[in-house]
Design a protein around this ligand. Structure first.
Ligand code: ZN
Length: 229
């Protein structure tokens, strides 16, 4: 199996995770992966039902979003994904969802405060808000990169839109999207009960360092649970 075929199969399978964790509705949401060593990415086709996604329907584009292989149009968010890969060579996967709790924070333009240990672990900071940007050019990609470059969080809440996450791999970006929705829901519930206090910065630093460098199996990405297990 070629590298591209393997990545097509992986990206297709990861879309099932968006459904499984309740992050997407109808055809919204998309996962992409960089093709290592090539100026290419693999992404979902536009407007195709999740039930009809197969590895063969995944679209290969160059890093300007131009289709290189595939029968359909790529996701309408391809330009944003491609911009991130061009600007951040360390990124191997990008995910976009309108998952409801996280998007509720985005609708308010409010960062999710780092007030629980799970957030310290995975995000190492508040989950930040990126600028409002319309689809159609590089604006969304620029907003993602401007917010996440140099930030510990792999997730950004694009104002009045939704969530974009990045990772060293597509699986890591999907995990960040799942965790973002989970903590967005928990922090929403906490706020209904009263004011919420951010963790002290030294504790956030220790949590993040332990989780990123010590915790888990030697190859963290190969541990799909990867959380408190
Ligand atoms: Zn969107």
């Amino acid at each position: 199996m070629s590298d591209i075929d393997r990545i097509r199969a992986e990206v297709c399978a990861l879309h099932a995770e968006l459904l499984r964790w309740g992050l997407v509705t109808w055809t919204s949401g998309n996962v992409s992966a960089r093709v290592p060593g090539e100026e290419l990415l693999v992404i979902k086709p536009s407007g195709v039902s999740y039930d009809d996604l197969t590895p063969e329907t995944m679209i290969v584009t160059d890093l300007d979003g131009k289709v290189v292989a595939g029968d359909r149009s790529p996701s309408s968010d391809t330009a944003a994904h491609a911009y991130v890969y061009r600007a951040m060579p360390e990124v191997g996967g990008v995910v976009h969802t309108h998952s409801p709790y996280a998007t509720a924070w985005a609708a308010r333009g409010e960062a999710i405060p780092c007030a629980i240990t799970a957030m310290g672990d995975e995000f190492g900071d508040d989950i930040p808000v990126g600028p409002f940007a319309l689809i159609g050019d590089d604006s969304i990609g620029q907003g993602i990169v401007a917010t996440l470059r140099g930030h510990r969080s792999p997730a950004v809440l694009m104002r009045q839109h939704g969530v974009f996450t990045i990772g060293g791999s597509a699986r890591a970006a999907v995990k960040a999207a799942v965790m973002c929705e989970d903590v967005a829901r928990t922090m929403h519930l906490a706020r209904q009960l009263g004011p919420v206090e951010r963790l002290p910065q030294p504790d956030i630093d220790r949590l993040h360092d332990r989780y990123q460098n010590v915790y888990g199996q030697p190859a963290v990405d190969e541990n799909p649970q990867g959380v408190e297990a």
